[in-house]
Ligand binder design. Sequence first.
Ligand code: NAD
Ligand code: AKB
Length: 319
Amino acid sequence: MKNILVIGCAGQIGTELTLELRRIYGNDNVVATDLKDAPEVIKAHGHFETLDILDREKMRSLVQKYNIDGIVNLAAILSAVGEEHPMLAWNVNMNGLINVLEVAKEEKVETVLTPSSIAAFGPETPAYNTPQETILKPKTMYGITKVAGELLGDYYVQKYNMDIRGLRYPGIISHEALPGGGTTDYAVAIFYDAIKYGKYTSFVKADTMLPMMYMPDCLNATIQLFQADKKVLKHHSDFNLAAISFTVEELADAIKKHIPEFEIDYKPDYRQQIADTWPKTIDDSAAREEWGWKHEFDLDMMVEDMLKHIKIKFDKGLF
Ligand code: NAD
Ligand code: AKB
């Protein structure tokens, strides 16, 4: 891979993945783009271009200008915002992805990575140890776009012999950029409120369990799949991916080990219904077998590291 285009670089994952890709491939070889402005750290050390994923001709011109041979597509409308604006979610997630795939086909881009999500699953899916091959009947517009996106990716692999890759991320927990409007956002917000107020009101119930992953594991998984030898991949756009699963109560208890006075209460809203349709634990053996995936962070390690970094942000007056 020589030159990579990141679309949606200013979001929760893009902010950190762009920097990690630049560390590996060089600052000048990773072109960061987003509809909105990007953090200074991204703009200061490499190319940044404003790009609406719905603007296919501008995307094509950037691919040509920077001689792009890899695209990482992170632009999306997530589950909670997607339920408030279903047509926006359809437009950005589907028509945006079609633009990426068509530009990649016509400009002969070598590899495209475009993530899916546990939102691809639904209430009919087995909730525990969710298999790689299973029922995909999501109830959110976001989930519908993720299933269709997986199918489209695999279609371009079969029909055009392209190299399209994707993983079904669990909820991602991180301290650098805030999450962009998903159902799993409580697992980040809880840390900020624990440090700032010593209490948190959760928008899902205490016993809600979802699959989650700490950002360093997410970065490793993404880059490992991006770099995997195409010949070893039996799956393409839909790898199950897992690290840790816990209930909100278990997360609160892990935080209390560091902040004993921390309190939590529960006021479930519409996001509870979304969470109730998603699995609790995931079987990611295909990812482990095909490209050697292995997570590092368990619940306690993640909580300790999150609290450390968010405390630093708080002490600097950053929130
Ligand atoms: P995010 O919402 O934090 O960031 C998305 C970025 O896309 C934002 O910077 C936004 O400005 C940009 N964007 C929105 N509309 C755009 C448009 N029209 N053109 C260009 N850019 C646009 O999302 P994220 O959490 O970083 O997610 C990245 C990818 O990972 C998405 O495909 C998402 O579905 C997937 N994913 C994320 C999680 C998670 O927990 N963060 C979990 C599962 C899957
Ligand atoms: C969301 O909650 O929408 C995302 C996801 C799991 O896809 N974090």
